[in-house]
Structures are given as C-alpha cells and as structure tokens.
Write a protein that binds this ligand. Structure first.
Ligand SMILES: [Zn+2]
Ligand SMILES: [Zn+2]
Length: 351
C-alpha cells in the first residue's frame, strides 16, 4: 500500500502506474476571488497522460503553482463556452507556448446548434483577435507553439471523443440554459471520473455516471446564501441558483442516483459559514462519501482507496524546468520587422 503525506507537495510524489490523481484548479463561481478561481480540473494518470477539463479564469495560476511543464499536458477539454469555463484559453495557448510548449495545443470542445455557438468558431476568433500577439512571438519562440489542433465534437449525444494510450474520454449532454454544454467522462485502467461542467440535474448523469469512482458535480450556493451574501433579489437568486445551475439539495439527489465512490461538489463559494448549510442540503438525499471542493484539493484514486487532501504550493515558481532541448532545436520562423523610424530610435540597436 502506498503511503501518502498529509498534504500534497508537487513533484515529490510520483504517481503509481495504476493510479489517477485529480486536482481542483478552480472551484468557484463566474467571478474570481483569491480563494477560488473559475472552473477547471486537472487529471493525471499513471501512464503519464495529463488532461485538463475546463480552463476558466484563474485556473492557470493554480496550474502554474503545480510546477508541471506545459509540454507534459496531453490535451485540454472544454464543457461549454461560458467564460468561467474557457476564460483562460489565452493562457493554455500562449502562456504555455511562452512557458515551453513545443508541440501544437490539443484542445477539444463541443459543437453548438449553430456554428457561431460552437468551439471551433470560438478558437478561430481567439486566433484572429490575438494575431498581433502570435505574429510578434514567432521568430522569438519556436513557431510550432502557436499551432492549435481544434477538435470540435457533437454536443448532442453521448459518445467517445478521445481514445488513445488506454484512455477513453466521452461526452454526454448537459442541461444548462441552452443547447451546447456537455459533461465529460474519463475511463482508464478500470478507474473512472465524471465531471458535470455546468448542469441542472438531469437523467443524463445517472445514465452515464452510475457507480463512477469520482463524480465532480456542480452546485451553486443556496438561494438564501445568494440573497444574503451576494445581494440578489429572490427572482435573480432562484434563476441563477436553480434554473441555470443545480442547488445543493438537487446535486445531492444526483449523487444519490449515481452512487459514486466519492462525490465532489464544486462551483460555489466554499466558506466556513456557507459549507455547513451546503452540506446539510446535499445530505437531504445523499449519504455517501462527500467532499466540498476547494482550489488545489488533490484526490488520489486507486482501486483500493480514494484519498482527499490539499496541495501545498509555492508562489514564485518557474514551471519550464524541462524540455529545453526541444526549445533549442525547434524551428524558428523569420521575425517581423518593425518600421525603420522605430528601430532607429533604439539606444542599444538590436533590430
Ligand atoms: Zn455555464
Ligand atoms: Zn460555470
């Protein structure tokens, strides 16, 4: 049996070959606060693969704190196009490029009922709007880092969207405001992980997540908390907390229907004075193992055991500690040339 420290210190615990490690990169609500970024989860597997499910604002700051070389990331997956789930796209693309990635970005996301609501369109417009950024970096950085392999998949039915190296990732529809959002499921080595993204309670979940090892499901704060703490009127609080999202009692019902080995609730402000009410609402229906997610919560999963604890990270990290050879040998394209009247004004002429 593996022994674990009480807290997780990045780069001190190699994963066992049959083990899965899930790390919360963001567990909060659509506006960021220091304690909780938007939505994002990292899944590391004992075969060396690393996946990210959602990359909302602030999540890449947490990822950086884990000191994982960007080059080591296998692929990124988006559940839907709300900013709190894809707002750090520029970081996973350009931040990771400047940070040492020398392979194309592999990114997956759902289609929509119209092209303009789909993931391929989102990425295309991101590319266009960052033209000055990427064109000025080419020549200074290996050009390949600007490349993106976009994989848009059908949002409207459960199906496999990724299959490689013994890992299967599938999607199924989520019921969240409008057509397009999905939930994601990862299966590897007899272990399974399901992530809701944003959804109101739906039968898709027990149909696709029954008896899963770890189920991360969204819940917003209670309607009372939204009114008292966020200052919403009752109509707005009910609209946000129960029509766009699951309230905690509803999330508890989903946990009961799915009976995971570990249920994880996220997407709410998790404070010492909100957590007890959240937990008792979830417990109206669900009696099994439960974690209320916080940023940088770490979940180690084996067939024998599921362990939940917190990571301890540094703030002054330098994540690009490997793959320097790839940077040295990667092809560089010709740099763009600025106007002569600008370059002539250099005190130390470099261009
Ligand atoms: Zn959403
Ligand atoms: Zn959300």
């Amino acid at each position: 049996m593996v022994s674990y420290r009480e807290q997780y210190f990045p780069n001190t615990e190699p994963l066992a070959t049959d083990e899965m490690r899930i790390i919360a990169l963001g567990t909060g609500r659509p506006f960021v606060r220091p304690a909780q970024a938007n939505a994002g989860w990292l899944i590391e597997l004992g075969n060396g693969d690393k996946f990210m499910f959602d990359f909302g604002f602030g999540t890449q700051m947490r990822f950086g704190a884990l000191e994982i070389p960007y080059q080591s990331m296998t692929a990124y997956f988006a559940t839907h196009l709300h900013t709190d789930h894809v707002g750090d796209f520029a970081q996973i693309w350009i931040g990771s490029w400047a940070g040492g990635r020398t392979v194309p970005l592999e990114v997956y996301g759902p289609s929509g009922p119209e092209r303009k609501y789909g993931f391929a369109h989102f990425v295309e417009k991101q590319r266009e709007s960052y033209a000055w950024d990427t064109d000025t970096r080419v020549g200074l950085l290996p050009a390949i880092g600007a490349e993106i392999n976009v994989h848009e998949f059908d949002y409207s039915k459960p199906h496999v969207i990724y299959e490689k190296n013994g890992v299967t990732i599938s999607c199924f529809p989520a019921v969240h405001i409008y057509d397009g959002p999905v939930s994601l499921r990862l299966d590897w080595n007899g272990l399974s992980f399901v992530y809701s993204g944003d959804t109101t309670p739906s039968y898709f979940m027990p149909e696709n997540a029954k008896d899963v090892d770890v189920l991360v499901h969204e819940t917003f704060n209670t309607v009372d908390q939204l009114m008292e703490r966020s200052g919403y009127d009752e109509r707005t609080a009910r609209g946000i907390g129960t029509m766009a999202h699951s309230d905690p009692a509803e999330a508890g019902k989903v946990f009961e229907l799915c009976s995971p080995r570990l249920a994880v609730a996220f997407h709410f402000f998790n404070d010492f004075d909100t957590a007890p009410e959240m937990e008792s609402a979830i417990r109206q229906h669900y009696k099994g193992a439960l974690a209320l997610a916080k940023d940088l919560m770490v979940i180690n999963v084996t067939r024998e055991r599921i362990l939940t604890r917190m990571a301890v990270t540094s703030s002054h990290v330098w994540p690009n500690k490997e793959h320097h050879d790839a940077f040295r040998t990667a092809e560089r394209k010709e740099r763009m040339k600025m106007s002569r009247w600008l370059s002539d004004k250099q005190i130390f002429p470099k261009f």
